[in-house]
Design a protein around this ligand. Sequence first.
Ligand code: COA
Ligand code: ZN
Length: 314
Amino acid sequence: MTSHLSPSPHKRIYIQEVVTRDGFQAESAFIPTEEKIALIDRLSNAGYAKIEVSSFTSPKAIPMLADAEAVMQGINRVPGVEYTVLIPNLKGAERAIAVGVDEFNLVMSVSETHNQANLKMGREDSFKGLSSVIDLAHSNKIAVNISLSTSFGCPMSGITPLKELMHWIDRFSEKGIRGITVCDTTGMANPAQVQEVCETVQAKHPNLQWTLHFHNTRGMGLANALAAVHSGIDRFDSSLGGLGGCPYAPGATGNICTEELVHMLDLMGLKTHMQIDTLLECSKDLQNIVGRTLPSQLLMAGKVDRVYKAPCQI
Ligand code: COA
Ligand code: ZN
């Protein structure tokens, strides 16, 4: 059955993995570089449009990702997959150029309080710094995406007004960037808000590549992703097993779970081009890497085509 809200069943939805960045950044124990590389190499053959390999942030701020260069240089890059990295400043950009990346994913927050907590500077300073990074990217022919943290809400300053989000989107759009990721850093968005935001941003800037980045902190993650699909969005960040969270946002928990997102979209007939069984195997093994059970409900329950034996009659 189709309704005015149903996306075309043939539409491709692009999946972008963030587990080795958003997922690993908040882990308490350092994950060995070889394990990060091995995981990315397995994921590279699972059908992703993009993989966020790591972040070129200060190793004092994010010690878990201090090996970003080694990881970037150690992976086998599969043609057709874009390898992006999170970058907060010029120093990070120079490090990324030295090892070669397909995209700069530049980060700042829509909330002043979160920008101060996460990046130790005000938004105007971030914008000024990132403007120089954009110039550097352009002179090196590297695509630029901007990830706007706390686009829907901030745990320290409340719900983000749409006007404030649009202010930063409008300013970045003038800089010749390729895309913007609208991030719900601590799972504060609801589907009605998502619909309004998605419709507004696409109407105003139809030529930008739009990505939605949800966390499942309050159980609204997949509902929000679906609202975004119904609002015309075709690109999502998600994290294997549902791992993730910003260490500088109080109460942050995992991203929407890649295998759950893919499982849902595939069942709806949308085209993710993803290998769901590979995802489930990788997610199972990821539990050994992080040493605990992951939030993925699909990993526990199995896909809907899992068939059980009927219970024995007594
Ligand atoms: N890569 C490596 N080192 C970096 C760096 C980068 N991108 N940026 C700064 N540094 C180093 C500086 O060289 C300096 O080193 P020193 O103490 O040995 O001289 C130190 O970090 C402090 O530099 P400063 O410019 O004063 O940075 P800061 O302490 O004000 O921190 C950020 C600012 C943006 C670098 C830091 O807060 C950061 O990396 N945040 C990332 C947060 C994040 O990724 N959050 C999760 C994702 S949303
Ligand atoms: Zn995130």
